[in-house]
Design a protein around this ligand. Sequence first.
Ligand code: NAI
Length: 291
Amino acid sequence: MIKKVGIIGAGTMGSGIAQVASTADCKVKLFDLNQNALDKAKASLEKIMTRLVEKGRVTSEDKNRIQNNISYVNSLKELSDSDMTIEAIVENLDIKKRVFQELESYVSADCIIASNTSSLSIASIASSLDKPERCVGIHFFNPAPLMKLVEVIPAIQTSVDVLKISEETIKSWKKVVAVAKDTPGFIVNRVARPFYGEALRIYEEGIADFATIDHAMKTLGGFRMGPFELMDFIGNDVNYTVTETVFTAFYFDPRYKPAFTQKRFAEAGYLGRKSGRGYYNYAEGAVKPEP
Ligand code: NAI
């Protein structure tokens, strides 16, 4: 039974996964190097839970229980008593490997060490560990508390037991598990690449602007969000990096070629909702363009 969960990275995904695990009654330690990120995660959970109480979706006792299950820590060492850790830091293989090595020196021999990576190889993340068989991909979608699907990705090193416990744990957190092979982008992010890529190419060819493409995909295509809204929601930095990784990992297959438009937006800091500006302007009072 997984009772104590350590989450590494208190950004968009880490804070959402912490909420999921604490709602399922796990004791969660949420770690980030950046105190601001921890403060933001705590404040954001307070806001979310208050709204859920107002809407009658949870009781105030549940709110207190869920919030009290999470402690916010600024040292990786604090995760030493975890049964399972889930890493959700920057999508960079070298940094993840370094963090995993350090983490392994603190946790017990049977602690499961998972990564929420969107696109990196689980086999290569696992290779940084003395016990690579304890490593697995556990890939949530954004926003983690709302999205039902979680991909569980065994690397070639992952033990049968670690895969089984991971699947059972995620199911007990009321999620639907899809076991995916350790290939670039797994299932969903691979299918999604052409969705973003083709939308960016349509824009770059001057066929339509962002709002028109989004409008077409929502009203005609039946999607809940258009591709540009979705990229702004995910974060252009995160989304661009995933595309670049999948493109490289598939030996530069042109189907996954990244777009300069997105690269420039990410470089300019137009990351989307989280920075207040992306393909759309999210500043207070800004009017979203209509198609
Ligand atoms: P984010 O940028 O919102 O948060 C990352 C957090 O990690 C930041 O708070 C940062 O301070 C912290 N961090 C960075 N390096 C660290 C280190 N060495 N030690 C401790 N904390 C560190 O990123 P986001 O969007 O939450 O993504 C995290 C991971 O989840 C990435 O691997 C990404 O590919 C994956 N992912 C992202 C999704 C999304 O829609 N944003 C969806 C599914 C997976």
